[in-house]
Design a protein around this ligand. Structure first.
Ligand SMILES: [Zn+2]
Length: 246
């Protein structure tokens, strides 16, 4: 999309907010904003089946929401099962989580499916809640099967769903490793994503910190809200042309 080449945005899949070390490292990053980046926390709600502490989760999610535009990350089978297994109704899990969050006063605006999963019913559910989706990527994940449901786009786009609803997509362009290898030949807009648990590995944390600082020199940092605003008139693409599989 033209006009966004000079900008960068950063989001984090917050998968382990109940792990004290992971949370402390992530919270420090949210507060310090290296490179000037307000990292969008895409937070995974607690999984009742795994006995995760809802009260502590809420406290931490509220803290994240006070520091940055809040996002929502769904794992369809608990902490370690990101993509839905066959027996799961993916859209109804997302709807249930959104209702759970809203009943507790949290209204995330951004979303990313676990393992980059998104299918048509999920996309329709996201649009119905007014979400902006970050489940798409500009690149293909080597670990996913060729026909695995996912969304690949060249940049921010308004995806027209079969119902007629519109879903704004802000695709991720780089993982931390990809960005480190691409710093000298960055394309246009950069949307860096990483995981909260990467921050408790000292080498990875230092690499992410360095990447944010360098990226902040090469690109003007935007918040997710600012990027969503600037991308509101992005080109439109039909769902059927954008998805890899259904
Ligand atoms: Zn995840």
């Amino acid at each position: 999309m033209k006009g966004l080449e000079r900008y960068a945005v950063v989001s984090c899949h917050v998968e382990r907010p109940l792990d004290d070390r992971v949370w402390a490292a992530f919270e420090r990053l949210l507060v310090r904003r290296p490179g000037g980046f307000v990292v969008t926390p895409l937070v995974r709600p607690p999984h009742a089946g795994s006995g995760e502490d809802e009260e502590l989760w809420l406290e931490r999610a509220q803290r994240a929401a006070s520091l940055a535009p809040l996002g929502h990350h769904t794992h369809w089978g608990g902490p370690t099962q990101a993509r839905p297994t066959r027996d799961v109704d993916a859209a109804s899990v997302v709807r249930g989580e959104v209702e759970w969050l809203r009943a507790r006063g949290l209204e995330p605006r951004y979303f990313c499916g676990g393992g980059w999963y998104v299918d048509e019913p999920v996309a329709e559910a996201l649009a119905s809640f007014g979400y902006v989706d970050c489940s798409s990527t500009t690149f293909r994940q080597g670990y996913l099967a060729e026909n695995a449901p996912r969304l690949q786009l060249e940049g921010p786009a308004r995806v027209r769903l079969p119902s007629g609803a519109e879903l704004l997509e802000l695709p991720a362009t780089h993982s931390a490793g990809m960005l480190a290898r691409a710093l000298l030949r960055l394309p246009g807009l950069v949307h860096l994503h990483f995981h909260d648990w990467e921050l408790v590995d000292r080498r990875r944390a230092a690499a992410i910190e360095m990447l944010l600082r360098v990226l902040g020199l090469l690109r003007h940092p935007l918040t997710a809200d600012e990027l969503a605003h600037r991308a509101a008139n992005a080109g439109e693409i039909a769902w059927a042309e954008a998805t890899i599989a259904r």
